[in-house]
Structure formats: C-alpha cells, structure tokens
Write a protein that binds this ligand. Structure first.
Ligand code: ZN
Length: 358
C-alpha cells in the first residue's frame, strides 16, 4: 500500500457513512476512483458507480460491488436532562455499546458524545448486556434545549469514533466500518491497478459502491436493476473463525491471512465461481471457501435475483469481530482480493457468457 492508497483509505474510513447517510464517503470514493475510470455517477439514493469502458462497442458488462454504508445509531428520544436515547441503524451490537465515543452528524456539523456506563458497583444488572434502549448518550448537556442547540434532533445519525489502527507492524488493520469500506477500497485499488497496468478490458467494468446494505441489501438491488449487468461479483466481509470460542463445525474454517473467501450455494453462480477458481489457480492467488445454503446475507442476494437473474459470485474478505469498533482484517488478504479481481477482469472475453444453457 503506497502513500496515496493509504491516505485515501484513512480518509475514507475516518468519514462517517451510516446507513442512509453515505454521501460524504461516496464523494471521497468517487474522487479517488475518477482518474482510473471513464465515468462516475450516482443514483437517487446515493449508490455511486464508476465505469471502465471496454475496447469495443456492445461489450458485456461486469458489475463489481461493495457497500458504502456502515452500522450506526439514530437519535430516538432526548430527555429533559439532556440524555439521548438511540435506535440502531443496521445490525449494531448493543452488548458492546456502553462506554463508547460517538460522532453525531448534527445539523450544524459533528457533535461528539459518549455512551454512559453506570459504574459496576452501583449497577443493578451487573454483567448483563444492555438492550439498545438501555444505552444513553451523554453530550455534556443538562437539558433537552441544550442538546437541540447543538444541532441534535430525533433522527440524527451517528457512528462510533474509532478510527484506523495497525497491529503487528502493518500486518492487521483495525477500525470500525471495515465492513464494508475496506471492500470499497479494494474496488478502487482494482481500478487503479488495471489503469496502471494499461489494461483496457474486453467487458465494461462497473465499480459500484452501493448504499443501505445493512438494512437489507437495498442499494445494490436498485443499481443492478438500473444497470442490468451480465455478471457480478459482490464483495463483502465474512466472519473469520480463527479467534477463540468459535466452532468450526458450525461456522466453517476461515482464517485471516489465507486470502479472499469464495461462497458456494444457490445464490452463487457456479460458472462465475469456476472462473474465479481458474484465475486464482493460474496466478497462484490463495482462495478460501465457505458455503451459504440459502441466502448469503450480502448484496449478492439482491443482485443475483435482479431482472431475469444476474450470474453472480459472493467473494469476501475475512474479518474478525464484525459490527464492532475493532473489526480486524489482514492486509495481505486485501492485496489478494485486489489481485483476484484484476485477474478476473483480465480473463474476460467478449464472447464469455456465464448463464446456464441446455
Ligand atoms: Zn457488509
């Protein structure tokens, strides 16, 4: 990762992008990918995409997707003493919600608050995990009026403050929202690699950074309908199962540092999967496997069933501690995912068709 990449990633991660409020992050992503692509667009709800045009006319189109949104909170209620109650945006984990720093996106700019943590000595529920409605945010105010004067209203979104941190000399990256901003980074770096290697692909390539995945894979479904791609690879994070207390018999064997993870199941088209296996095998890129017997819980679910069906793969970056402020990924896995996507795009030929045939 050179300085340019690392500056972009830091900026992109430090920018809050709670579900439904992704535009600040989208503008940073679009500005970074612009020099490496031919066009950049955004739709009504903010899903943003960049197009790398193919050599010839009438080329098929590949959509590479990641999601720009992150889990967070929204203000539900402000009490007379100036404490703020919240609801979750997406799958926020209330169990780890106490004693945290939060950035609210107020009407007059950012406002920092902390979630209160009643001392263990005087707490009735001892070690019991709180419900989301038990959490309360302290903004340093003594009344509702004071809170409102800071630009905080019912509905104001917020995210944890936690920014990027490297462990073990750059081997592991820790941050909130690596799900799925790190995959948005992978898409942007894939575009950059293709450009810097002077590759003009035989298919059009759409790099899509979609919104509102955390509330039901919404933006990707809208965009797949809009752009009608001929094939897709949806990039998200998947649970690494190599930290203590996880049963491999129940959750599979997925490790940090062993490469990207390809999913097998009804949502995942065998012909797209076969191509990913082929190109990674040929280039010596490591690849892990997982299975999803029904849906994948990623944008793949909404992309593959769009229109008449889009042959799609669910390709994931292994991640520890998902939906927490200390999400952890391996930096070699990030490079390996970029290498996989570059190899996949380079392999595409105008005549390729991933659909089943009799
Ligand atoms: Zn995700």
């Amino acid at each position: 990762m050179d300085d340019q990449s690392s500056d972009f990633l830091t900026d992109y991660l430090n920018t809050p992008s709670p579900t439904g409020y992704e535009m600040d992050a989208q503008r940073i992503w679009a500005a970074y990918i612009a020099p490496y692509t031919d066009e950049q667009h955004c739709d009504a709800y903010g899903s943003t995409w960049a197009v790398l045009r193919a050599k010839g006319e009438n080329a098929p189109t590949l959509m590479l997707d990641a999601h720009a949104d992150e889990i967070g909170f929204a203000v539900r209620y402000i009490d007379d003493n100036g404490f703020v109650r919240v609801e979750r945006l997406g799958g926020t984990d209330a169990a780890i919600g106490r004693g945290r720093r939060i950035r609210f996106l107020g009407t007059d700019g950012e406002v920092i608050g902390i979630t209160g943590n009643t001392a263990i000595h005087i707490r009735d529920d001892g070690d019991k995990a709180p419900k989301v409605w038990d959490l309360y945010v302290d903004l340093g105010c003594d009344s509702r009026e004071e809170v409102e004067a800071l630009g905080i209203r019912v509905g104001t979104p917020g995210v944890y403050c936690d920014g990027p941190l490297m462990l073990n000399d750059g081997r592991r990256l820790v941050c909130r929202a690596l799900d799925d901003r790190l995959c948005g980074y992978i898409l942007a770096e894939t575009a950059r690699q293709l450009k810097e290697q002077g590759i003009v692909p035989e298919w059009n390539v759409i790099f899509a950074n979609t919104v509102q995945e955390e509330v039901g894979c919404v933006g990707a479904g809208m965009l797949a309908f809009n752009l009608a791609p001929d094939a897709a690879i949806c990039l998200d994070v998947t649970h690494a199962t190599d930290s203590p207390g996880l049963d491999k018999g129940r959750y599979g064997d997925i490790r940090l540092g062993k490469g990207g993870c390809l999913c097998y199941g009804p949502a995942c088209h065998p012909n797209v999967n076969a191509r990913i296996e082929l190109v990674t095998d040929a280039a010596g890129i490591p690849l892990q496997r997982e299975t999803a017997g029904r849906s994948t819980g990623t944008n793949t679910d909404s992309v593959y069933r769009s229109r008449m069906g889009v042959p799609s793969a669910c390709f994931s970056l292994p991640l520890r501690y998902m939906h927490s402020p200390v999400e952890t990924a391996d930096t070699q896995d990030v490079q390996s995912c970029i290498d996989t996507l570059v190899a996949f795009v380079r392999s595409l030929r105008v005549g390729d068709d991933f659909r089943h045939r009799l």
